[in-house]
Design a protein around this ligand. Sequence first.
Ligand SMILES: Nc1ncnc2c1ncn2[C@@H]1O[C@H](COP(=O)(O)OP(=O)(O)OP(=O)(O)O)[C@@H](O)[C@H]1O
Ligand SMILES: [Mg+2]
Length: 316
Amino acid sequence: MQSTGASQESLTVERRVVETYSGIIKSDLPGPVRNPEAAVRLLEKKYKLVVDKRVVTLVFAAFMNGRPVLFEGPPGTGKTEIGEALLELWAGKKPFVLPCSEGYDEYKVVGDFHPLLAMQKGFNEESFIPRPLLSALILDTGILIDEIRRSNEEFQNILLDVSDKRRIIVPELKRVFRARGDGFQIIFTSNPEDIGQNELSDAFLRRVIRVEFDYPPRHVEARILELRARERGPSIPSYLAEKMLDALEQLRKSAASYKPGTAEGVVWARMAQAIAELRGSETVESSDIVKAALSVLVKRPEDYDVVSETVKRVFS
Ligand SMILES: Nc1ncnc2c1ncn2[C@@H]1O[C@H](COP(=O)(O)OP(=O)(O)OP(=O)(O)O)[C@@H](O)[C@H]1O
Ligand SMILES: [Mg+2]
């Protein structure tokens, strides 16, 4: 084959995917990690995530059966980060992440044609732009489909079909792309309490392995706050960290509309540390924590009173 005009004679979809994404999916893991115990250890050490071995085992068991997994639970409980990390561990490559929105269709996730190139070269592989779902399948890595309830039912059905059959058909190219290994896996996340969302269809729920997320037990949340605190700068004395956990626990029971997740606990702790640092102090005091509280914990005006009373009571 002549080497001139390489782009014209040898541009296939696979080649384009490899050229575009192989740098992005490169992981610093030496290879896949599929032993749940080893995964739990790495999750804490490398990703600063505290994950129950039960969750890891369920996810890996689902992957062994080629089933997609649905993480469902309240906001800020680690669904997205844990999903990404587990897909990376399973495949030994970084996953693609697809944040859903109402307008998603197969052109946005499988691929579509570049209008100008299509006019010049026709509707063929040279003008085709592969998108994340097809790219993940070709590169044999995972895909995290975030906030699936924000998408429409038609889109959910496309995803299920791909995951069931482990192949994607692109009629315009007269091509069938098939998964070549078992690295291609799907995790969906969903937060059923978010307002303005769609229901998941029975067909969808029948196919996925559902893993429920909740606020972590107190000792786990204490460990998370410790792991996620700002590394340098003032530290939070443990009796104050305990009080923060008390306040979070109480607000989850009593907040009118927005219940703080672990995510808010972490941001609250880090804001208090930064406020203490700006004060020139080496330790966080309760006034730093109180100062950060309202800005971090109040998301809607109707929660203002309950947050301010709870924080006052716990820290007085
Ligand atoms: N198990 C955990 N281990 C460590 N950090 C955690 C854990 N759970 C939650 N967090 C904290 O919460 C933050 C947000 O997590 P993530 O975005 O994955 O939550 P989520 O459940 O996807 O939230 P949302 O529903 O709002 O999308 C993390 O950056 C981390 O600070
Ligand atoms: Mg999320």
